[in-house]
Write a new protein. Structure first.
Length: 138
C-alpha cells in the first residue's frame, strides 16, 4: 500500500513562501495601522477647525481664538484614545498622537489658518512633524 502525504521538501517550500510573503506584508500592515490610528487624530481636530472658522467670522482679532474661548472647545491635554493632545492658540490648532506610531518622535499635526482669502478660510499644514517623517500619515 502506497503512503500519501507531503515530503519534507514540500513542507519547507511552503514555509519559505509564507515567510517571504510575511516579510512584505507585515511592514505594510504596520504602516496601514499607524495611518488608521493617526486618522483618529485628524478626525478629532474637525470640531476645533469648525469652531476656529466660526470664531474668525465673529471676532475682530484671531488672537481671541484660543481653546476654551469664543465657542472653541477647551484644549485636550490628557490622552484620549489615539489623541495625545489638541490645543488652539491664536487660531493655530496643534494636535499630537498618543504614541509614536512607528516614528522617532510623536507625530504632530499643526493647522494654521490662512486669512488671505476673504471667501473662506484655508488651512496650512506647514510645520507639522507628520509631514516630514511620513507624508501619507497626515
Amino acid at each position: 500500500m502506497k503512503e500519501q502525504g507531503f515530503t519534507m521538501i514540500e513542507l519547507m517550500m511552503v514555509i519559505a513562501i509564507i515567510g517571504i510573503l510575511m516579510a512584505f506584508a507585515l511592514p505594510r500592515y504596520q504602516e496601514y495601522s499607524n495611518r488608521a490610528r493617526f486618522a483618529e487624530v485628524i478626525t478629532g481636530v474637525a470640531s476645533h477647525k469648525a469652531a476656529v472658522q466660526f470664531c474668525v467670522m465673529t471676532v475682530d482679532d484671531i488672537a481671541d481664538c484660543d481653546g476654551g474661548m469664543n465657542g472653541i472647545p477647551k484644549n485636550i491635554t490628557e490622552p484620549i484614545g489615539n489623541i495625545g493632545s489638541i490645543t488652539v492658540v491664536d487660531g493655530v490648532i496643534t494636535a499630537t498622537a498618543s504614541a509614536s506610531l512607528g516614528q522617532e518622535e510623536i507625530p504632530e499635526l499643526k493647522l494654521t489658518p490662512d486669512l488671505s482669502n476673504d471667501a473662506f478660510l484655508m488651512w496650512s499644514k506647514e510645520g507639522s512633524s507628520c509631514l516630514e517623517a511620513t507624508p501619507a500619515l497626515c
